[in-house]
Design a binder for this molecule. Sequence first.
Ligand code: DOR
Ligand code: ZN
Length: 434
Amino acid sequence: MLVLIKGGRVIDPGNLDGIMDILIKDGKISEIKEHGSKLKAQSSKLKVIDASGKIVTPGLIDMHVHLREPGHEYKETIESGCLSAAYGGFTAICPMPNTNPVNDNGQITEYILKKAGIADTVRVYPVAAISKGLNGKSLCEYGELKEAGAIALSDDGYPVRDSQLMRRAMEYAKGFSMPIISHCEDLNLAANGVVNEGAVATSMGLAGIPNAAESIMVMRDIALCELTESRLHIAHVSTKESVQAIRNAKKRGVKVTAETAPHYFTLTEDAIKGYNTNTKMNPPLRSSQDREAIWEGLADGTIDIIATDHAPHSYIEKEVEFDQAANGIIGLETSVSLSLKLVHDGVISLTGLIEKMSTNPARIIGIENGIKIGYSADITIIDPDLSYKIDSGKFQSLSRNTPFNGWDMKGKAVLTMVGGKIIFEEMVSANRKP
Ligand code: DOR
Ligand code: ZN
């Protein structure tokens, strides 16, 4: 089977940028040529994808998602989460371990991978727990987890409160060349807060969480990373102090990387006015100064990655009082459009965006990535100008908890290919505005 992706602007950061034709044979990239030049392989079975006017990139990777299987399949299954990823333009995702049971042993990791294999859509690279049952007390068996297929370790959803345990986790993970992904939150300082601390919280009668609840832990974990000379990745950065701490650490040569999520660079705490529980997440939406610092962090490379923290919840958990509602929003099917807005607004370049959604996550989790001859054909095609309205009713995700429903967007993923197989295609410009 031969597939030709023709006439798109191929951007593989640090490798390619130009109007090119890509030939895919048996799931792998077999030829890359300037658009219009003669390709060696010819066949009547050639499927041609016309990518003119579109961007062809290495497959996008979302390093931080929550699939709710095992345990909460009514919110998301591995199958529905993978399909949601495919429709959002992702070819690979990393599910967090806060399932029930927790992914804290090789059997659960294998179960997730088996289910992902049956779904047979996007690639799944599980993140396993730092501590057993996310209890923050005893470490999991990292060798067993790595052997089973886990690519990183995180107690995401909870911080590791005990600094000694975190130090040991970093040392242990280093022996297996696995990064620790840290959910940075000082639980005592966050206390019973549900939104960002400040005037908006006060006027709404809601308890606040100060920026320091995040940045204190970012600074602690950077100090521990420096001490142990291990690899640390900071999850869902939301504050200006965290950005500054990470920037300083990188300047000192600490091996720290960081991610933020589309909601932190798109929204501010103003979005919570009206008590829409789809604006409630942990960490919370912050001030406009914090959002600006996130933009700067994305632009100067302090923040390496855009990840969604896709956190599906059902109506049961969201249609309740604000302070009772579950934390988190879904993100897989809106991430590319919201991230492209950064490009349209001049915050980052298109190449910068692809780095943050493909090249950098691949490097951190240690997987092959790129438009190179011999590489697996994991490719995303993006139409940067396609205008459409977000309709959460059409999502593949089993959940609907997004604050972006009804938003008018410009640009979206229109084709997702994994190992040469098209798993999502919307090349027809059906809802393109005239
Ligand atoms: O908003 C969040 N939702 N933050 C987390 O840390 C966990 C996540 C979830 O699992 O729902
Ligand atoms: Zn998370």
